[in-house]
Design a protein around this ligand. Structure first.
Ligand code: SAM
Length: 277
């Protein structure tokens, strides 16, 4: 018998994958957690029925959420990742040898444990106990209210704006991020699909623009996510990703990100430009 797993992406659209094997099914204090091995995407992490990451295409999301902001800042030393329990963003962050420390604040310890066990390629930097990495299990929203003038770069690697992630998509949270960044700091957040989350993308853009002098949205092609195109938004106090000189930047071991893409990913189609006006 064929087994299929479906993610309801909008109330009128779902994506189904054929499952080879269910590797884990559990429930934490925050969400339902599953890892399934699929024919098309390999092993996948699913939270509350929403596809989070897959072995097939995880490198695209994790490289783009980490390297675009980290190469925009000329000398990032202190980095914070909020969410990112699978460890993929941290794996990319530690490729930047100049970084002295990276804190990760993930609300759900079980996501970290399950990812380490079933997705070790993604969790590599957590499994290696890299001394630069400081993993804290806690709420990213509460963490941000306490921090001030601390970080060069903040990466908000969050799940969808439902459940524990809802407050990570609010004006109050962005105000705290602004406060937590150093005077030349910048942050990035995954901001969902430009096809299926247009009101959200519009609202976030307006909120971030009202706080940060430089606000830029960029895209990456991620087959696992609705519509394939996925958006990320940067709020920056000083550095503009479109103006950085990447001439001297080292070539990291990446499969998607490169220096050409660093700028070209910000060139948006007209319907998105119109949306963000
Ligand atoms: N790549 C993924 C995507 O866009 O679908 C996101 C990856 S990562 C698994 C998202 C993580 O954010 C989850 O592990 C979730 O537990 C965590 N998270 C959600 N709300 C949070 C909060 N308030 N504080 C810290 N982490 C949170």
């Amino acid at each position: 018998m064929e087994l299929w797993f479906s993610e309801v992406q909008t109330k009128n659209l779902s994506m189904s994958v054929r499952v080879k094997e269910t590797l884990y099914m559990g429930k934490s204090d925050f969400q339902d957690i599953a890892v399934v091995d699929t024919y098309e995407f390999g092993r996948m992490l699913v939270l509350d029925g929403v596809f989070q990451t897959s072995i097939f295409d995880e490198y695209i999301y994790h490289e783009m959420i980490a390297h675009v902001p980290l190469f925009t800042h000329p000398d990032p030393k202190k980095v914070l990742v909020i969410g990112g329990g699978d460890g993929g963003s941290i794996r990319e962050v530690v490729k930047h040898s100049g970084i002295k420390s990276v804190e990760m604040v993930e609300i759900d310890g079980l996501v970290v444990e399950v990812s380490k066990k079933f997705l070790p390629e993604i969790s590599a930097a957590l499994l290696e106990n890299n001394p630069k990495v400081d993993l804290k299990i806690g709420d990213g929203i509460g963490h941000m209210t306490k921090a001030e003038n601390t970080y060069d770069v903040i990466i908000v690697d969050c799940s969808d704006p439902i459940g524990p992630g809802e407050g990570l998509f609010t004006y109050g949270f962005y105000k705290d991020i602004y406060k937590a960044l150093k005077p030349d700091g910048l942050f990035v957040q995954q901001t969902e699909s430009p096809f299926y989350h247009q009101p959200l993308l519009q609202r976030l853009n307006k909120d971030i623009k009202s706080l940060f002098p430089i606000t830029r949205t960029y895209l990456a092609n991620i087959p696992l996510y609705p519509g394939g195109a996925h958006s990320f938004t940067i709020g920056s106090k000083k550095y503009d990703p479109l103006e950085v000189d990447l001439g001297g930047a080292p070539d990291l071991n990446t499969r998607y990100y490169n220096k050409d893409l660093h700028k070209s990913c910000f060139y948006l189609p007209n319907f998105i430009k119109e949306l963000l006006k």
